[in-house]
Unconditional design. Structure first.
Lengths: 294, 470, 502
């Protein structure tokens, strides 16, 4: 999608060739170059494209290795890609030189990679099967403050521990987690869509529809990747998808607000808090509780 | 050759490398669709939108729009050489409404003009006569009138009713969850140039270039190979650019094709809100049977979701919501029923989590309600019901029949309890709340299990699973 | 075109082109529509596409650019503004810096840009140029990059990807960054260039259809407007900009207050602080905010830095919005509004200016020429704003309140609400109920019930009638608790909230 996918793919390819990252050029996605792709969606970007990119790189590497080995009259297994160099027996070439040799030797230097997720199946009639290759796990602990006179509230502190398998890029993964949490919290608190009875959407601009602003992030925001994380399935470098999962961590904010209402002195009935829990909904809910206890 | 997954160093993966475009982002050099330098003869397009949620189109007089100085062409359904559809698969999303409009804001025609200001001035001169029809706007109305896209879908495991009846405690309740606008900072955007023969190139901000390629070809009556779709980057998508980019891309391509000039369709913020689908709003009703120790025996969940005027991706989203309905809890007896409701509103679509978040919030609400009833920390109820740890002798099975063999939620919770200082803070907060009349704080630990991605293949077999990179 | 020629004070003709500096290069711009926005011009005419359109209403900040001027002492002052709602005429005599104009020699990135990279502050990148520019103006002003004010600096920039934490940390890191020599040199050159284009000539630009007049003194302004009362007075364009970008309205003649030299002043008299038409919220906030912390806190939640840097106090009042944040506060302070028609001036209590929804006591040819805020209002003045989101939101309910206490009794009360009626309106029944009552919470609790007699609010997207009533009652109570010393922290105030973190 572009929030970090391209970077991860570049890392994967650089790693295959053992090249520095700036040797990898990222260009636009074009159906003329790569037809019949899946959407960048459902958190699948790195899983699918990472594996496919690795597959493509491996093809090129093995062609290069085969040619360079034959040229040097050694076994292809003796060829190694290391530190921007290609080691060919006793010789070593820098990558560009190795590529030039292969080119002159009429070796194909482009490849298409392919990957389809194994093990999954689903019967849409019975709704049974294995729709998911693996699961990602995470937990969040949110502390909120709620003003019972106005319904205003703040996220005071959020602690998150999330499993991304073996992270392909911790900075990007933490970015996804933080961003997902805040987006999830926004969905459940300030982001309210209003249609009138005629079906007209009344909230159709940032003036009326309120996504989280800078000060809405948790005052104290502690995000960690689960350090022992490692995908037990054979995913790209044992990582796990990170695009969608963290959004659900924002649920903890709604639940914390529900708890704050439950702790209204003397209340006993369950608050039945709906979302988005706007200041209005929280205030009116707390009033309802008050009245229920009169 | 050495295996890089094995002995060779993995120096560059697992590292916190900066975003590949970061230097371009900060210097304003990262180009998005509307930033592409376009030829001076490029046309700009504005969509004419329905003024009613549900109405018959009695007549359409667009002659004044057409004659407005600077307007090059007006496009309606009659101008579409191929199929008048921009849906991802169900065939129920017209590019331009014909005969009937199905939501307020729906695309009815398009003005292709020298510039957007001209298009804005011209569009006000459209004369469309409607006959209003009864509209179904929200979930309650749809449930009442039985307005559905398809019959209810059910996932069931165990002996739900028996287990509920035998439970010591029973609760029922309902939570209403609003929808969510994607609010990607960059609105939907497409720029099309017709080339030689029947070629057409479309630059667009999309998560799904291949689908756009196919939909453009279908609408323009071309072969897929006539159409090239290029996407460098998006200014955010979050699911909102999985299927919703089809319409602007097709209209831009159509305009370019019919006028022979490059054409651009960028939704401004209001149009983007009003035209495009959002996260589905849900009403989730539940019944739960449980023991005094917090063990949940049986859960019955009814998920009513507002799909809008067409399927879009709602079938898969409904399934995903159902497949997340138990979250990370091993519920041996569970029935999940999904009501896919048809309404005269924007056709709701993919949004980060794809139904999963709604399913999960529903289950977290059940846990919260149970804990409230038992007057215990909800975390205890959570821990009581987690799927067995991956090292357990037996694994849990989801309501849809998948064995959960990789569960590590217990490890995560126990570490997070320590690092967040959960127990002490909880005590502090309880003390604070007792002493505070107007001011409440409360913390809470929440766990989730979240899923991989495969619903698209499962529910949309027409799509290819291949992907690759140069 | 029936525009009357404007005659300068010195009798000279009006200049028909604009002069300003764009990323270090002096521009001469003529033959341009009066309603052309800076963002459109940058993107379409100059191919500077780094500034993005995210909303075209000044709410997302993706189009943020810096506007630079020199102050009275010759120092540079920097303002971040939303280019999507700045009209070109408002640039006369200024320098504009866009994200493309930040880097140093050999494309060296500016420290603000580097920081965002280092802290992984961009994901999709679309909002990033706006964040860069907000940080850059704070950096240049040497104010706004500390923990206590970074949220305010960034409140006008929306990001949907990051959750803001890395951007905030990038901003905070800048306080230790060294200013490059090339930037110091560049600023020196900019100062000189700004001096060169300094003038007091009036300007009018037009494309033959839409004109934008930039008078430079009070007489010109008054005469022009009295002669052409159908023209639109523009101050900060934070509302009128939207008439163009959102409502596609055709404004044939606009007159701008921003360069009228008498209009940019805050006059301090013995009894009043006088805010003139071109005084921005940011300027007024700096003046009044130090006097009343409560109004400072309110102002911080007024739009965003970008909006406050453009929008004016007088414009906010003239606009007559029933949900404006300032009128209840200013009414509670007992402010007067001054209206001028040519040379005729009249003053009236601010609350009387608002007659009914959409109608103010402003005659044809009259304009709002000043707000008179009493200098000596007491310590019991408080403002409360309720909105869905703390920052950058329009209030659902807004209360400004003030009272006098003598010998433990309430002797005078002014309680004014926004969002509760078609105009900002005083809660007279609540006020009555407070009079002569003991200065204790119980009096406020009792009086708050009278909200129902005072108001019959509407239901709209910002709040239901029931919520507005209940919230307004509670605000009266909250005011009472706060004045009498109960613990009622204000969650809008970050510093108070920080003390709550366990």
């Amino acid at each position: 999608m572009g929030q970090g996918l391209n970077t991860k793919i570049a890392q994967i390819v650089a790693n295959e060739f053992q090249l520095p990252l700036d040797a990898i050029k990222i260009t636009a996605t074009s159906t003329g170059k790569v037809p019949n792709t899946s959407a960048t969606a459902a958190s699948s970007g790195s899983d699918l494209n990472g594996m496919a990119a690795k597959n493509a790189a491996e093809k090129i590497k093995s062609r290069m290795a085969e040619y360079l080995a034959a040229e040097a009259q050694i076994k292809p297994e003796a060829i190694a890609f290391e530190d921007g160099m290609v080691i060919v027996g006793a010789n070593s070439y820098d990558f560009a030189e190795a590529v030039r040799r292969c080119y002159m030797g009429r070796i194909s230097l482009s490849a298409t990679g392919f990957y389809s997720t194994p093990k999954v199946h689903w019967d849409p009639k019975t709704f049974k099967g294995r729709p998911f290759y693996y699961f990602a796990y995470g937990a969040a602990c949110s502390e909120v403050a709620l003003d019972l006179l106005t319904g205003e509230n703040r996220i005071l502190r959020a602690d998150i521990l999330h499993d991304v398998g073996k992270s392909l890029n911790p900075a990007i993964d933490i970015g996804q987690i933080e961003g997902g949490y805040v987006q999830g919290a926004g969905w459940l608190t300030t982001e309210e869509l209003v249609w009138d009875s005629k079906g007209k959407l009344l909230t159709h601009a940032p003036s009326t529809y309120k996504i989280p602003a800078c000060s809405d992030r948790p005052l104290d925001f502690r995000v960690q990747l689960f350090s022992e994380g490692e995908n037990c399935e054979d995913t790209i470098h044992r990582s796990k998808a990170v695009g969608e999962p963290p959004l659900m961590l924002g649920t903890s904010v709604l639940m914390a607000l529900s708890h704050a209402l439950q702790s209204v002195n003397g209340s006993s009935s369950y608050p039945n808090l709906n979302a988005p829990a706007t200041p209005e909904r929280l205030l009116m809910q707390s009033v309802g509780l008050d009245q229920a206890n009169v | 050759m050495k295996d890089t997954d094995g002995s060779a160093k993995e120096g560059i993966v697992h590292k916190a490398i900066r975003h590949d475009s970061a230097h371009k982002h900060v210097s304003g050099a990262a180009k998005y669709v509307d930033d592409i330098a376009v030829p001076p003869n490029t046309l700009e397009i504005l969509l004419g939108q329905s003024k009613f949620a549900h109405a018959k189109i009695l007549s359409m007089d667009l002659s004044q729009v057409e004659n407005f100085p600077g307007v090059i062409k007006v496009l309606t359904a009659a101008d579409i050489p191929g199929t008048n559809d921009c849906s991802p698969f169900a065939g129920d999303d017209p590019i331009f409404a014909e005969n009937v409009v199905s939501y307020l804001g729906q695309s009815v025609f398009a003005v292709v003009a020298e510039d957007i200001k001209t298009a804005r001035n011209a569009i006000e001169l459209a004369e469309i006569k409607y006959e209003e029809l009864p509209a179904v706007i929200n979930i309650d109305q749809a449930l009442e009138t039985g307005n559905v896209l398809g019959p209810p879908a059910v996932i069931e495991c165990g002996k739900v009713d028996q287990a509920l009846a035998k439970s010591k405690n029973k609760l029922e309740g309902k939570i209403i969850l609003g929808g969510q606008e994607h609010f990607y900072l960059e609105g939907q955007a497409a720029f099309a140039i017709a080339g030689e023969d029947t070629d057409i190139v479309v630059h667009c901000s999309t998560q799904h270039p291949t689908e756009i390629q196919h939909k453009v070809a279908m609408a323009l009556g071309l072969s897929n190979h006539d159409v090239t779709v290029i996407t460098r980057r998006m200014g955010g998508g979050f699911g909102g650019k999985e299927s919703q980019g089809n319409l602007p891309a097709i209209v831009a391509a159509l305009a370019a094709k019919l006028t022979g000039r490059p054409a651009k369709l960028i939704y401004d913020r209001d149009d983007d809100f009003i035209l495009t689908g959002k996260r589905h709003d849900f009403q989730i009703s539940y019944k739960v049977g449980f023991e005094d120790n917090g063990l949940i025996n049986s859960v019955i969940v009814d998920q009513a979701m507002r799909c809008g005027m067409s399927w879009d991706l709602s079938e898969a989203i409904a399934a995903r919501a159902m497949c997340h309905a138990e979250n990370s809890y091993f519920i041996k007896n569970m029935r999940i029923t999904s009501h896919r409701l048809k309404t005269n509103t924007q056709s709701n679509t993919a949004f980060r989590g794809f139904g999963g978040p709604q399913g999960i919030v529903g289950m977290e609400r059940v846990i919260d309600h149970v804990a409230h009833h038992l007057n215990v920390d909800p975390l205890l109820v959570r821990e009581r019901n987690f799927y067995p740890h991956k090292t357990s002798a037996t694994h849990g099975i989801t309501p849809y029949g998948q064995t959960v063999h990789d569960c590590i939620i217990q490890d995560i919770i126990s570490e997070l309890k320590k690092t967040s200082d959960y127990a002490d803070r909880r005590k502090d907060i309880e003390k604070f709340n007792k002493n505070s009349e107007f001011f409440k704080t409360r913390d809470f630990s929440y766990s989730c299990k979240v899923w991989d991605f495969l619903q698209c293949k499962l529910f949309k077999p027409s799509r290819c699973t291949a992907t690759c990179l140069q | 075109m029936d525009t009357l020629p404007i005659v300068g004070a010195d009798g000279g003709d009006v200049r028909n082109y604009l002069t300003f500096i764009l990323n270090g290069k002096t521009q001469r711009v003529d033959n341009i529509a009066g309603d052309m926005t800076l963002l459109k011009w940058l993107r379409n005419q100059k191919s500077l596409v780094g500034s993005k359109e995210g909303c075209a209403e000044g709410d997302c900040g993706a189009c943020t650019v810096a506007i630079v001027k020199t102050d009275d002492t010759g120092n540079l002052t920097w303002r971040s503004v939303n280019a999507c709602i700045v009209f070109m005429g408002m640039l006369e005599g200024c320098a504009v810096i866009t994200v493309e104009g930040l880097n140093g020699p050999d494309s060296e990135l500016h420290p603000c840009q580097k920081a965002l990279i280092d802290f992984h502050g961009s994901q999709c990148g679309f909002c990033t140029p706006g964040f860069v520019m907000s940080l850059f103006t704070a950096w240049s002003n040497k104010h706004g990059l500390m923990a206590e004010d970074i949220d305010d600096t960034l409140a006008g920039n929306l990001c949907r990807c990051t959750g803001y934490r890395p951007i905030v940390e990038a901003g905070l890191s800048l306080k230790n960054a060294k200013q490059p020599q090339w930037e110091l040199d560049r600023n020196e050159i900019l100062k000189k260039e700004l001096l060169k284009i300094k003038s007091s000539e009036p300007v009018e630009i037009t494309n033959g259809k839409n004109s934008f007049s930039v008078p430079t003194n009070y007489e010109d302004f008054s005469t022009t407007y009295a002669d052409q009362p159908s023209s639109t007075i523009v101050s900060g364009a934070t509302d009128i900009g939207l008439w163009v970008t959102k409502q596609n309205r055709n404004l044939s003649n606009m007159i701008w207050t921003g360069r009228v030299k008498e209009f940019s002043k805050i006059d301090q008299q013995e009894d009043f602080i006088i805010i003139r038409p071109a005084v921005t919220h940011q300027e007024a906030m700096e003046k009044l905010g130090s006097k009343w912390p409560t109004i400072n806190a309110l102002w911080k939640r007024f739009g965003s830095v970008q909006v406050r840097n453009s929008g004016t106090v007088c414009g906010n009042l003239a606009n007559g919005s029933p949900i404006g944040d300032l009128p209840p506060a200013l009414i509670a302070l007992g402010s007067l509004i001054e209206l001028t028609n040519r040379n005729k001036k009249r003053k009236l209590p601010l609350e009387e200016f608002f007659i009914e929804y959409g109608r103010q006591d402003r005659h044809s040819g009259e304009y709002v020429s000043g707000v008179f805020v009493p200098n000596k209002s007491g310590n019991n003045f408080r403002c409360y704003k309720l909105s869905k989101r703390f920052d950058q939101d329009i209030s659902a309910v807004m209360m400004g309140a003030n009272l006098s206490v003598e010998k433990t009794k309430i002797t005078k009360a002014t309680i004014c609400f926004g969002g509760m009626a078609g105009t900002p309106k005083r809660a007279t029944e609540v006020e009555k109920a407070l009079l002569d009552q003991p200065f204790e919470p119980q009096s406020f609790i009792k009086a708050s019930k009278n909200i129902n007699k005072d108001f019959d609010p509407l239901t709209d997207v910002r709040g239901s009638a029931d919520y507005r009533r209940k919230a307004a009652q509670n605000l009266v109570m909250k005011y009472g608790y706060e004045l009498t010393g109960s613990f009622v922290p204000n969650l809008a105030d970050r510093n108070q909230v920080e003390n709550l973190v366990s």
